[in-house]
Design a protein around this ligand. Structure first.
Ligand code: GLC
Ligand code: CA
Length: 534
């Protein structure tokens, strides 16, 4: 049996803004259940659900106060059980969001840990030896915030104290830094598996792992953090062989050998990823240069390929690189400054490259990131990528029946904001294009996660970008011209012997060029997918 990831197409759901079933203005699990048929029709077969556990929501749920409880605003543990079962009936698997590195300061473990008297949780977090120890390389601290005469290490915001997985190289000048095999760090690991086991037993198919590379401190090459994850993976392979893990690490050459099945390319670590869609987004002046997927035609596909090809080679046969259309941390959205034709090209790319594609909710209709939103729950400039899903042309775009001022975030107020209902009806919509592309990916093994990938025409600063995917008797060519101008490229006889079958795109793009091969002509902002069988 091939890995289920081979054909998987993921969809990221941000629970608070997907669908509100009870009119309180916040999306919820019963709301997601009601939209499973939509997902099935779209053709995705896996979901990554952002954190939906008990939390004071200082960081939108990445500050967990109980790993074993669904947050009341989203529903109950029984709702989660029902969601997992209903999804499974439709052939959809769900990965939950695992936040292994930190908790909320409101978590009972931390409440115990911050107490003056020594107790079972004193070493569950990283504390210095006194409040006057406030500066140590490689960690950030919150100073003077506890009755305990010590400072704690935080991973992100001040209310996200780092769980203690130990230090790879404890500093002899700082004896409070514990080695990874000390009792505190060992207890943290045991609890991590308990949490995973709890949700896997309920029917979850794995986890997206938050800040996966930062568990063990002072671990410059990630060696000890990798060792920890390899141990988790060995346990999964034995007890939950179908479960899959995707890391927020953005170093596939490290994360895959560390045991992750997939690793995301993300803007914070990958210039190559950034150069595809977000250097410029058609919104006007490009601050950092040009995206490849930009009508100007000034982008450079080599910025992506020169980074990607070595990563692909390093991980091939071992795990997958996941290229997301966007996520809850990434602004602008893919849809900003792009119309349906531009987006079709972006999705041809996303759904025909190797690895596992992830579609961020709303990107399949080209949702945009509204300007000038106030920060919500620690979102800051990430907030515009988190607005309510736009289901139809009605009030609140069909997201919720609550009064507009009670919504978690305002709906995009643009008069021409896209919505699902309108796009269902329109054969040329982004939604229908994404649906066709997902179906193609499913139907053609060469387009799957591990089919070979070879750039055929990929010149710095030029269009088109042409690549080849191969598996078994299938060879598939993909050609992309994001520029506003038409372009042509010669494909020699050694590359293409017969006219290919057009799977997607215009009919007569190939013309014979004497004996030398073929000329492929692409109008501005167009692309195609072409099949040749051996
Ligand atoms: C990850 C999440 C982000 C969160 C942070 C801290 O980057 O994607 O949303 O704020 O971790 O948990
Ligand atoms: Ca609700």
């Amino acid at each position: 049996m091939p890995d289920w990831l081979e054909k998987a197409v993921f969809y990221e759901i941000y629970p608070q803004t997907y669908y509100d079933s009870n009119g309180d203005g916040i999306g919820d699990l019963p709301g997601i259940i009601q939209k499973l048929d939509y997902l099935q029709r779209l053709g995705v077969d896996a979901v990554w659900l952002n954190p939906c556990f008990a939390s004071p929501f200082g960081d939108a749920g990445y500050d967990v106060s109980d790993f074993y409880q669904i947050a009341p605003r989203y529903g109950t543990n029984d709702d989660m059980k029902r969601l997992l079962a209903e999804a499974s009936k439709r052939g959809i698997r769900i990965l939950l969001d695992l936040v292994p590195g930190h908790t909320s300061t409101e978590h009972p473990w931390f409440q115990a840990s911050r107490r003056r008297e020594h107790n079972d949780y004193s070493d569950r977090y990283i504390w210095t030896d006194s409040v006057w120890t406030w500066n140590a390389p490689g960690v950030q601290m919150v100073i003077g915030a506890a009755e305990r005469n010590a400072n704690y290490v935080t991973n992100f915001f001040h209310f996200q104290p780092a769980l203690n997985y130990g230090f790879a190289h404890p500093d002899p000048n700082h004896p409070w830094q514990q080695p990874v095999d000390a009792p505190g760090p060992q207890a943290a690991r045991r609890e991590l598996k308990n949490i995973m086991k709890f949700w896997l037993d309920m029917g979850a198919s794995g986890f997206r792992v938050d800040m996966a590379g930062s568990l063990v401190k002072n671990d410059p090459n990630g060696e000890e953090t990798s060792r920890l994850w390899r141990d988790v993976r060995a346990w999964l392979d034995k007890d939950y062989p179908e479960a899959r893990l995707v890391s927020e690490w953005s170093q596939p050459q490290v994360a895959i050998p560390a045991g992750f099945h997939m690793d995301f390319l993300l803007p914070f670590a990958s210039q190559g990823y950034q150069s595809l869609f977000r250097k410029s987004s058609g919104r006007g002046q490009a601050r950092y240069g040009w995206s490849f997927f930009d009508r100007s035609g000034h982008g450079n596909i080599r910025e992506f390929l020169d980074e990607y090809m070595p990563l692909l080679q390093a991980t091939s046969g071992k795990g997958f690189i996941a290229i997301p259309s966007g996520n809850h941390d990434t602004t602008p959205r893919l849809g900003d400054g792009r119309d349906a034709r531009d987006l079709a090209l972006a999705f041809i790319f996303l759904l025909t490259v190797p690895g596992v594609p992830f579609i961020y909710y709303g990107d399949e209709i080209g949702m945009r990131s509204p300007d000038r939103l106030p920060s919500k729950e620690g979102g800051y400039d990430r907030t515009p990528a988190r607005t309510p899903m736009q289901w139809d042309g009605g009030a609140n775009a069909g997201f919720s029946s609550a009064p507009a001022d009670r919504l978690y975030l305002p709906v995009d107020s643009a008069a021409d904001r896209p919505n699902v209902a309108a796009q269902q009806e329109d054969n040329a919509s982004v939604l229908n294009c994404v649906r066709r592309l997902i179906a193609l990916r499913r139907a053609h093994p060469a387009l799957g996660a591990s089919g070979a990938f070879e750039p055929i025409y990929a010149e710095a600063g030029k269009v088109p970008f042409v690549y080849r995917r191969r598996l078994g008797d299938e060879t598939i060519f993909v050609a992309l011209n994001p520029a506003g101008q038409p372009c042509q490229v010669m494909l020699g006889e050694e590359i293409l012997k017969q006219a290919p079958e057009v799977l997607y795109g215009e009919r007569d793009s190939f013309a014979r060029t004497g004996d030398a091969g073929w000329t492929l002509s692409l109008p501005g902002v167009s692309g195609g997918i072409y099949l040749v069988r051996d």
